[in-house]
Design a protein around this ligand. Structure first.
Ligand code: GDP
Ligand code: MG
Length: 439
């Protein structure tokens, strides 16, 4: 699937991943390589430009959450921006009520794979427990109705076509008959050919007006180049497109034209076609698609772990700001601080600023002290960490022993904890005061 795009994107990322450290130059090179890969795959220029400027900008400003590096941040950015481009990460398969009538109309140019997709959808939804019915309204191409009839027979769902009647009459009769046979999910195949494009679009508008589809799927061939976007635009000027189906992703198509059309229309991809068989259809999931594209099975778990770390960090800061800080929060903050670089520069960045007042220590002593606190907190049990007020002298002795420190070190840590907690409360009170004063 999209082999050449995949290859060049992966080459760009491999270089990034293999690098010892990420600097601006490497980020720039990586983004350039990604741009090239996308353009070669027929992704449209404006899209590529906006994608790469997003990645560049965010790569400069976004901080790595604790435990992660800038490299991880850049990887995640690339991944996120590509997923966004493809309509976000939640799957968008139409899942209508099984007991209510739902009409799905397939549109697209001739040869894009509408009829094949109609058959595949019939099987997909039948397996999912729907009562499916198929109607062919392709009265242009000889044998089009017959093609769908055969698919309907294979799947085992009711079918209707009447190529000798006008499409409106054929549709109305088909709907009536399929209803009588109990079909609820009605899939309507249309013609992709006309005398000219204007005529085809005109007809789509007319079909739309008498069919009143609940969902329109625009079928786009992955082999289509730059013209995909303008075609998609022409269709969507007549019909409200609900989702896109990209077909022939099993082939050697570059895919970028179809992907650009999706981004251009700003509608989600619902399904992808990955072969000629009735089974060769997949629900589209932008996140797993992009992971596959970037060749990173591991990327998804990295992203999820990073998201969790970011969330934990936020919650911890929130607890601290509301004066409900625990020693676990302090531990996670200490860890975050220590990953952020030298203590002095970290303290400058802190909102609490000098409030923490690590006395007048040298940098090294400060680092040592934080390291000690980390072991001390780790030697405490859960209850102690969430409520340090229960720490009496016997507990303190036990913790000191367990962490290889002295009881004074434990007390020192507790003092700093109390100080930090108080400072956080003050910050909050001052903020409220400032708000009250209209600051
Ligand atoms: P329509 O004119 O839009 O109805 O297109 P058809 O459904 O008749 O398909 C045109 C051709 O594309 C047929 O030969 C199909 O077998 C083929 N086709 C459709 N979908 C796929 C797909 O996902 N993968 C591959 N390899 N071929 C497909
Ligand atoms: Mg057809």
């Amino acid at each position: 699937m999209l082999d050449s795009l995949k290859g060049s994107l992966q080459a760009a990322l491999d270089k990034l991943r293999g690098a010892a450290a990420v600097n601006d130059k490497l980020i720039d090179e990586t983004v350039k390589q990604i741009e090239k890969a996308l353009l070669l795959a027929d992704v449209s220029l404006p899209l590529v430009a906006s994608l790469s400027s997003q990645i560049r900008e965010k790569a400069k400003t976004e901080e790595a959450p604790p435990g992660y590096t800038k490299k991880d941040v850049v990887l995640k950015l690339i991944y996120d921006e590509l997923v966004n481009l493809l309509g976000g990460s939640s799957p968008r398969i139409p899942k209508p009520d099984k007991n209510q009538e739902h009409k799905v109309m397939l549109i697209g140019i001739e040869g894009s794979g509408k009829t094949t997709t109609a058959g595949k959808l019939a099987l997909y939804y039948k397996k999912a427990g729907y009562s499916v019915g198929l109607i062919s309204l392709d009265n242009y191409r000889l044998g089009a109705a017959e093609q769908l009839r055969q698919l309907a027979d294979k799947v085992g769902v009711p079918f209707y076509a009447d190529p000798s009647s006008p499409t409106r009459k054929a549709f109305e009769e088909g709907l009536k008959q399929l209803r009588e046979r109990g079909a609820k999910l009605i899939i309507i195949d249309t013609a992709g050919r006309h005398k000219d494009e204007e005529g085809l679009m005109q007809e789509m508008g007319e079909l739309n007006n008498f069919i009143h589809p609940d969902h329109v799927m625009l079928v786009i061939d992955a082999n289509l180049g730059q013209s995909a976007s303008s075609q998609a635009a022409a269709f969507s000027s007549k019909v409200k497109v609900g989702s896109v189906v990209i077909t022939k992703l099993d082939g050697s198509g570059k895919g970028g034209g179809a992907l650009s059309a999706v981004a251009y229309l700003k509608v989600p991809v619902s399904f992808i076609g990955v072969g000629e068989g009735l089974d060769d259809i997949e629900e589209f999931d932008a996140s797993s698609f992009v992971s596959r594209l970037l060749g990173m099975g591991d990327l998804r778990s990295l992203i999820m772990a990073m998201q969790a770390a970011e969330k934990e960090q936020e919650e911890s800061l929130e607890r601290m700001a509301s004066g409900r800080m625990t020693l676990d929060d302090m531990l996670s903050q200490i860890r975050a601080f220590r990953k952020m670089g030298p203590l002095s520069s970290v303290l400058e960045k802190l909102p609490i600023g000098g409030g923490l007042k690590i006395d007048q220590l040298t940098e090294e002593q400060g680092e040592e002290r934080m390291k000690k606190w980390e072991v001390i907190i780790q030697s405490m049990n859960k209850k102690e960490r969430s409520d340090p007020s229960i720490l009496d002298s016997s507990r303190i002795r036990r913790i000191a022993k367990g962490s290889g420190t002295r009881p004074e070190d434990v007390k020192d840590m507790i003092r700093q904890y109390e100080l930090l907690k108080k400072t956080m409360k003050n910050v909050r009170r001052n903020k409220r005061l400032a708000n009250l004063l209209g600051g």
